[in-house]
Design a protein. Sequence first.
Lengths: 118, 149
Amino acid sequence: MQLWEIKGILEAELLWEPADLQLEIATAEAADLMSDVLTQSIGGELLLTGLTNSHVIRTAEMVDIKAIAFINSKRPDEATIALAKEQGLPLLTTRLFLFEASARLAMRGLTGSSGTIW
Amino acid sequence: MKERALEWNYEIEGRDFRNAGTVSSKIKEILKELGFDPDFVRGVAVASYEAEMNVVCHADKGTLHFTILPEALRIVVEDTGPGIPDIDLAMQEGYSTAPLEIREMGFGAGMGLPNMKKNTDELNIYSTVGKGTVVEMVMRSPLAGEGSG
């Protein structure tokens, strides 16, 4: 699934532009605990999260996450957005809650890394 | 790879959450530029970031010494801080002494040291309570292992 499709499904807004909307995203993960993201046990290319501090961007960088979607209309501060832009990491924000955002993406065919969504 | 060591030294400031991760970011950049395997680079970056965050979260200050040796990578993180009274306990998944502000940032779940172990071939921790901690991590690159069979 490409990033523009994800943006549409989540009715999301891009937090910095121009981001690569044709970016291919094969899997997603949802977490507020960066410790879990760092263990890579859930491993996805898109991270859905309600956390907005700069460590979310740093964590994403370390584990090669390709894009982040903030849920519940959350948005990081300008410095955090600038850090993501510097790394070329697209950021989305959606008014949807975590479950709804995850469910919408799963219903449209995006899967997790363990292959248990079908 | 050339038969000489490449080395880098970085300072890490305790409690400087805004800059936390910059050192590991540089290490990742270096390894990517040198063409190491992406999965290997990710593991090194994760281990380095966990160690760096530990200094930022728990210590006053620290240094990260990164060496690329012909047969392996070595990261030594040395800090001035409270030290770890019981290393075996600290190695247990879920054990954490992190304060609330660190947990609110999504860290402090007690996964740091176990995750460093998972992403390294060797993990050695030396600590003196009231003085500080030294964490040594050795990671053997998949490329470096090819010749040794």
